[in-house]
Design a protein around this ligand. Structure first.
Ligand code: BGP
Length: 461
């Protein structure tokens, strides 16, 4: 039977500024650019974000391919460290304004809706050095200035805005698990930075709505329903705490206007509360989102932790949970991630049942594979049948959810053109379009031609 989607279903792809543009002409260094220069050893094959897809120079080519494939929208991000010349006032850089204007106009002319995100892990490094990044509320205020500048400059044409991509992933890496600069391990910093990011988000939503532009604003989060190993109380508690610290920490305040009581109680119990005022809580309450983007790659299986914390240890959320590897699970061996498409259905049902069936879309989903050149045919096209299968299976579950009333409006593959990634550089390839690292030339993969057909037919057999 045909798996059919509505004619207005939003078929798109997602990338980000820091992973696709390259560093040319930027007035400020971002966290990742700085950190790469300082400690290249941490990066896969010592490759940094200087060139990436070179989309700063080659965006017209990208947009032409989007048009050829019939893709309806494209999420990328406006880099704070590119757009803003004066970080304190929010005054923009002229070259950057010209670049983003042209990029956006090019997409619109091609019938591709630009979806603009404002943060993809890329704080200007000066704000880390000067203020300690998002641990400091002043940085949240500066973010709102940056966001307001972006809305004012481009809000007449950009109709879908996103404040942050996966804020928890950023905060976890920076303040809990030591893989993002400044590599602190401190749960207090983690909860405060998350809260301050929430303030930056809510302040931006408020600023956007005040401008009365004709468009919508949301946030991109993980909403991974954790799957407990068993129904015993330890495993269930593990799932609950994981859920509070990684999913509900943003979903609840962004959609419902307030934190879950259980989350606040845990912070209290472990003495890692954040500092807040009642005005700020009002701001959060009054500025919930218009829609949600959810990124999904692999399920989160959890169990009660094997080890007990030492009495002198500083509290870490994972006192409560460990990862659990399902025996005989299906793996994407390249990325080391489990393949489990049903979770996309569980996410959809969770949004429907627990978050008022708010409008949402899959803002990232995809399969990272190494050395895809192996799969080239005689014409030079990468035959990525594994990716087609992966996407198909996820779309089947998504479609079932939509049949059952989920308000899911679209599906964005990560990614469009294979791009650079944080500490993995070009190891994991995700795109509908491949990137030649010597020439930066783009070639459509088999999955690209496949999605073109899917879009043209509103579905697949
Ligand atoms: C998501 C990020 C993306 C991207 C993707 C793939 O969490 O939002 O920026 O990097 O993961 O991950 P990786 O490149 O590490 O395989």
């Amino acid at each position: 039977a045909k798996i059919e989607f509505s004619a207005d279903f939003d078929w798109g792809t997602a990338s980000s500024g820091p992973q696709s543009e390259g560093s040319a002409d930027k007035p400020h260094e971002s966290l990742w650019e700085y950190w790469y220069a300082k400690d290249p050893e941490r990066f896969y094959q010592q490759v940094g974000p200087k060139i990436t897809c070179d989309s700063y120079h080659r965006y017209k080519e990208d947009v032409a391919i989007m048009k050829e494939l019939g893709l309806k929208s494209f999420r990328t991000s406006i880099q704070w460290s590119r757009l803003i010349k004066d970080l304190e006032t929010g005054e923009p850089d002229e070259k950057a304004v010209a670049f983003y204007n042209d990029y956006i106009n090019e997409m619109i002319a091609a019938g591709v809706e630009p979806v603009m995100n404002l943060f993809h892990f890329d704080t200007p490094i000066a704000l880390e050095h000067e203020y300690g990044g998002f641990k400091n509320k002043h940085v949240a205020e500066l973010f709102v200035k940056f966001a307001t500048t972006a809305f004012t400059l481009f809000g007449d044409r950009v109709k879908r805005w996103i404040t942050f991509n996966e804020p928890v992933a950023h905060a976890k890496g920076a303040y809990l698990y030591d893989f993002i600069y400044p590599n602190e391990v401190n749960t207090r910093s983690y909860t405060q930075a998350n809260y301050n990011i929430l303030l930056a988000h809510a302040g931006s939503v408020e600023a956007y709505h005040k401008l009365n532009l004709d468009g919508e604003i949301g946030i991109v989060v993980d909403l991974l329903p954790p799957i407990p190993r068993s129904q015993n109380s330890g495993d269930l508690l593990a799932a609950e705490v994981f859920d509070l610290f990684t999913n509900r920490i943003f979903m609840d305040p962004c959609v419902k206007g307030e934190y879950a009581d259980q989350y606040l109680e845990l912070l209290e119990k472990h003495n890692c509360n954040f500092e807040y005022t009642s005005e700020e809580l009002e701001l959060i309450k009054n500025n919930t989102v218009d829609f949600i983007g959810i990124n999904y790659y692999q399920p989160q299986r959890v169990k009660a932790p094997a080890r007990l914390p030492n009495i002198n240890d500083v509290f870490m959320p994972d006192w409560y949970f460990d990862n659990y590897e399902m025996p005989n699970r299906r793996m994407n061996v390249h990325r080391g991630w489990e393949i489990y498409p049903k979770t996309i259905y569980d996410i959809a049902m969770r949004v429907k049942n627990e978050y008022g069936n708010i409008k949402w879309y899959v803002s990232e989903n995809g399969m990272g594979v190494h050395d895809e050149d192996r799969f080239k045919d005689e014409t030079g096209m990468i035959c990525d049948d594994y990716r087609i299968e992966f996407i198909q299976e996820h779309l089947q579950w998504l479609n079932k959810a939509i049949q059952e009333g989920s308000n899911c409006q679209g599906y964005h593959l990560w990614t469009f053109v294979d791009n650079w990634s944080w500490t993995n550089a070009y190891k994991n390839r995700y795109g509908y379009v491949s990137l030649d690292l010597k020439t930066r030339n783009r070639t459509i993969k088999k999955s690209g031609y496949w999605i073109k057909e899917v879009i043209a037919n509103n579905g697949f057999e």
